[in-house]
Design a protein around this ligand. Structure first.
Ligand code: CP
Length: 315
């Protein structure tokens, strides 16, 4: 079993229920991972994913090895048949198979480069590990998805929802750097598995991949989208059409207390890290309605559920 995308979840409600059970007794399966090793490979920085996934593995009694490929690993080649007379020192064929000798599960973080859409959509790094590793692979945020985050988001919403069918709004907000669409993509895919009134709001031209949004409601008027919302999930992403570009940095899209007043006393969510007073005002982020810390806490139980399922699958 691999955990690469939200599509790997057979029943979201069952997974959320199981994760909440783990949260209530996180050390219950402390023996499950004994003598098993999780290898965490980072091609990009991380705080939450790194620590929560490591904590999840430790809660299951696993050993953990972490490697930062940005400054520690050999530069990898991913092209089949490449003549390796340039910068790359090692091919993914050997690297993935070698890491599989040391680890029972390999978790990989490799963001989109935001230069070549086709290459990013092909998930070169994740696909390489999937093809050449001989152990299960977990996606710790690839080019196009962040399914551990979206699972934690689903757990958090389940804990905070006050009605069966809440209104959930995914709102774009400005950011000075070009960011990938991965978090938003997985959130959309996760929401498509929920019984909710789901609305995506962003400036015109900032449409996500239509193969992911499918028939999700898109509202270009952020104020209108916020009306009566129960959850506001804010995230920046760079332009998908004009790939990887920042074509809008309008500060009017920042989530403020004024905008939150349009909602049904909505909870505020963000995957973090977040740029204060760019994405969201201090007032909103520091308010009682902000559940971003609980969201980050739930990353541990999302990861623990995934690792637990993989370990049990291998029994
Ligand atoms: N939300 C999230 O994935 O955080 P990190 O990038 O710090 O891991």
């Amino acid at each position: 079993m691999n955990y690469i995308s939200i599509q790997n979840i057979d029943s979201l409600s069952e997974w959320v229920k199981a994760a909440l059970k783990i949260k209530s007794k996180p050390l219950k399966n402390k023996k499950l991972g004994k003598n098993k090793t999780l290898g965490m490979l980072f091609f990009n920085p991380s705080l939450r994913t790194r620590l929560s996934t490591q904590k999840a593995a430790l809660n299951l009694g696993m050993n953990v090895m972490v490697m930062n490929f940005t400054n520690e690993g050999w530069t990898l080649e991913f092209e089949d048949g490449a003549i390796m007379n340039q910068g790359a020192s090692e091919h993914i064929k050997e690297a993935a198979e070698v890491v599989s000798q040391y680890c029972d599960i390999i978790a990989v973080r490799a963001f989109a480069g935001l230069v070549d859409k086709e290459k990013d959509n092909a998930e070169t790094v994740l696909a390489g590990f999937l093809k050449f590793a001989t152990v299960p692979i977990v996606n710790m945020e690839g080019c196009t998805g962040h399914p551990l985050q979206a699972l934690a988001d689903a757990i958090t919403m389940q804990e905070h929802k006050t009605k069966h069918r809440p209104k959930v709004v995914l709102s774009w907000a400005p950011h000075p750097k070009a960011l990938p669409q991965a978090v938003a993509n997985s959130f959309v895919e996760m929401m498509q598995l929920q019984d909710a009134e789901f609305v995506i709001t962003h400036p015109e031209g900032y449409e996500l991949n239509p193969e992911i949004t499918k028939n999700s409601t898109i509202e270009y008027d952020q104020n209108k989208a916020f009306e009566n919302a129960d959850f506001i999930y804010t995230k920046n992403w760079s332009n998908y059409g004009d790939y990887g570009k920042i074509t809008n940095s309008d500060p009017n899209w920042t989530v403020t207390a004024e905008k939150m007043k349009l909602t049904n006393n909505a909870k505020f969510m963000h995957c973090l890290p977040v740029r204060r007073n760019v994405i969201v005002s201090d007032e909103v982020l520091d308010s009682e309605n902000s559940i971003v810390i609980e969201q980050a806490n739930n990353r541990t139980y999302a990861a623990q559920l995934v690792l637990q399922k993989i370990l049990k699958n291998g029994e």
